[in-house]
Write a protein that binds this ligand. Structure first.
Ligand SMILES: [Zn+2]
Length: 262
C-alpha cells in the first residue's frame, strides 16, 4: 500500500498561534519543529502498519514549511514548493491519503486557526453543503479513487472529518478553546497517538471507501471582503450573486477549486 500524506500546519500538535505558521515570525522555527515531529511520527506509524511507499506533501501556503534537517529517510519522498496546476502531485500509484495537521472550516466556533483556503473566505459550499479543506481535499482524492484513511488535528476538524467520512481514523492532538488557543497534548503523547492512529489507518485501509461528491459541481463562495472578485466578466463559469458572493460550476471538485480561486 502506498500512502500520500497531505500536511497542513494549523492542525499540527503544539500549534495554536498564527506566528507559529508564518515564515519570518518569531514562533515559526518552533512551529516547523512541531510540524516535522508530527510528520515523522506519521511516517513511522504508516510504515509500521505496512505501507510500502510514503510520500509527504507540504500543502501549507507555498509549500516551504518543512524543516529539511529533520526529515527522516523512512519516508520515500517529500513534495515541496509549487507543484503546478493540480492540487496534489501524482496520485496514480497511491492507494490511500492522510490529511495530517488539518484545521476546521472557516467560522467553526472554538476551532484552532480555523479557515477555508486562506483568510478571505467566509463560507464555501459545494452542491449546497458547507465545506472546509478536509471535505474538498478528500473529494479531490475521491475523484481519483483514493480514500482518506486518517485525519489529524484538533477536536473540531476530527468531528468535521467523521461527519462526512464515518470510517476515517482520527488523531485528536488538541482541543480548541478559541481560534488562537486550546488544550494541547504534550509532544510525547501527541506523537504516540499519531503513530498509533497512522498504523491503525493502514491496517484498516481496505475497508475505507473514497469520499466522492458526484458532479456536476456548483461551488458557492461567500468572501469576507468584496476585493476578491477575480474579474468575473472574464470567466464564463462564474456567476455573481451579490457584491461578495459568487458561484462557479465545473465537472469536478478539483476544477471547481481552481475556478473559485484563480
Ligand atoms: Zn495551512
Amino acid at each position: 500500500m502506498n500512502v500520500y500524506v497531505m500536511v497542513d500546519i494549523e492542525g499540527i500538535s503544539g500549534i495554536y498561534s498564527n506566528d507559529q505558521t508564518r515564515e519570518g515570525r518569531w514562533q515559526n522555527p518552533e512551529g516547523r519543529r512541531c510540524l516535522m515531529a508530527d510528520i515523522n511520527a506519521c511516517v513511522e506509524g504508516l510504515k509500521a502498519g505496512g505501507a510500502e511507499k510514503v510520500i509527504v506533501h507540504d500543502c501549507h501556503g507555498g509549500g516551504w514549511m518543512l524543516d529539511w534537517e529533520q526529515a527522516i529517510p523512512l519516508a520515500d519522498g517529500y513534495i515541496c514548493g509549487y507543484v503546478g496546476d493540480r492540487r496534489y502531485g501524482d496520485l496514480t500509484d497511491m492507494d490511500a491519503m492522510v490529511l495530517l495537521g488539518y484545521h476546521a472550516m472557516a467560522g467553526t466556533e472554538g476551532a484552532i486557526l480555523e479557515h477555508t483556503f486562506g483568510l478571505d473566505v467566509q463560507n464555501m459550499y459545494i452542491n449546497g453543503e458547507k465545506v472546509g479543506e478536509t471535505a474538498v481535499d478528500a473529494a479531490i482524492a475521491g475523484e481519483q479513487g483514493v480514500p482518506v484513511i486518517m485525519v489529524s488535528g484538533d477536536d473540531k476538524v476530527c468531528a468535521e472529518a467523521k461527519a462526512i467520512m464515518p470510517d476515517v481514523v482520527t488523531a485528536e492532538v488538541k482541543k480548541g478553546l478559541t481560534c488562537t488557543g486550546g488544550i494541547l497534548l504534550p509532544p510525547g503523547k501527541a506523537h504516540k497517538l499519531i503513530y498509533e492512529k497512522a498504523k491503525e489507518a493502514v491496517e484498516k485501509a481496505d475497508s475505507i471507501k473514497p469520499y466522492v461528491i458526484e458532479g456536476p459541481i456548483t461551488c458557492k463562495m461567500e468572501m469576507i471582503e468584496r476585493t476578491r472578485m477575480f474579474r468575473p466578466s472574464c470567466k464564463p463559469y462564474m456567476q455573481m450573486i451579490d457584491g461578495r458572493s459568487f458561484t462557479v460550476t465545473a465537472d469536478t471538485v478539483e476544477e471547481a477549486l481552481w475556478r473559485a480561486f484563480y
